[in-house]
Design a protein around this ligand. Structure first.
Ligand SMILES: CC(C)(COP(=O)(O)OP(=O)(O)OC[C@H]1O[C@@H](n2cnc3c(N)ncnc32)[C@H](O)[C@@H]1OP(=O)(O)O)[C@@H](O)C(=O)NCCC(=O)NCCS
Length: 198
């Protein structure tokens, strides 16, 4: 296990305090504050991102966030091995993303002292992770995919897939039900807001 210098310990302590304290600020003010503070702490961001209340990011330098990405309340991201989240991707509340496993080759050394095996996680553009999705180290989720609430993603998920369950498996492709907007018959359209004439 790598020993950290006192300076590094204090630096990580300071960063953790900023993440935790800024995480308790509610509403739009909190989202704005976290954008201002965290864009200097995370590895890279391509533009505005929204991080909601009480999100925990460990090893923030390993996190790359795309433009307009949204991370809902109580998510927990460990970016030790690198985590990238694409443009317009949204995470539901309580999602967990791991990018490192504990090493476990030695039987005579406690697991907590065997170090870590970093494995990068890649989540594409315009992905939706429902509430309480867990993403394991080394997994890639393709652009435009949807992962249902409570899923545990153990293997790669292809673009446009809808996957659910533990382990997550693809139940359908979003492309199957896609119809360009103007081809949906008027009677089947979802009622929207109508202009009222005064
Ligand atoms: C995945 C999801 C988007 C629905 O996709 P869908 O294609 O409309 O799926 P359907 O509702 O038609 O269900 C298809 C099958 O998958 C199952 N299924 C749907 N969601 C599931 C889930 N999260 N976990 C396990 N199974 C699920 C259904 O039971 C159904 O099974 P069956 O064919 O055996 O009856 C939705 O179920 C979901 O999980 N949404 C997340 C909601 C959420 O977390 N919101 C938080 C705010 S970001």
């Amino acid at each position: 296990m790598n020993k950290l210098s006192l300076g590094e310990i204090l630096k990580w302590e300071f960063i953790r305090w900023i993440i935790i304290i800024s995480g308790i600020v509610p509403g739009v003010v909190g989202v704005g504050l976290r954008y201002i503070l965290l864009r200097f702490l995370i590895g890279n961001s391509k533009g505005f991102f929204r991080i909601f209340e009480r999100v925990i990011i460990e090893y923030p330098k390993g996190l790359n966030l795309g433009h307009n990405a949204g991370i809902n309340a109580y998510c927990w991201i460990n970016a030790r091995g690198g985590v990238s989240i694409g443009d317009d991707t949204i995470l539901g509340p309580y999602c967990v993303i791991h990018s490192a496993n504990h090493r476990m080759d030695q039987l005579d050394v406690p697991l907590q002292f065997q170090g870590h095996e970093p494995q990068e996680v890649h989540i594409g553009k315009n992905v939706w992770l429902g509430a309480r999705v867990t993403v394991l180290p080394g997994v890639s989720i393709g652009d435009n995919a949807v992962v249902g609430a409570g899923a545990v993603v153990t293997k790669d998920i292809c673009p446009y897939a809808v996957a659910v369950g533990n382990p997550a498996h693809v139940i359908r492709m979003r492309t199957e039900s896609f119809r360009p907007r103007n081809t949906v018959p008027r009677r089947n359209r979802v009622p929207g807001r109508r202009k009222t004439r005064s």
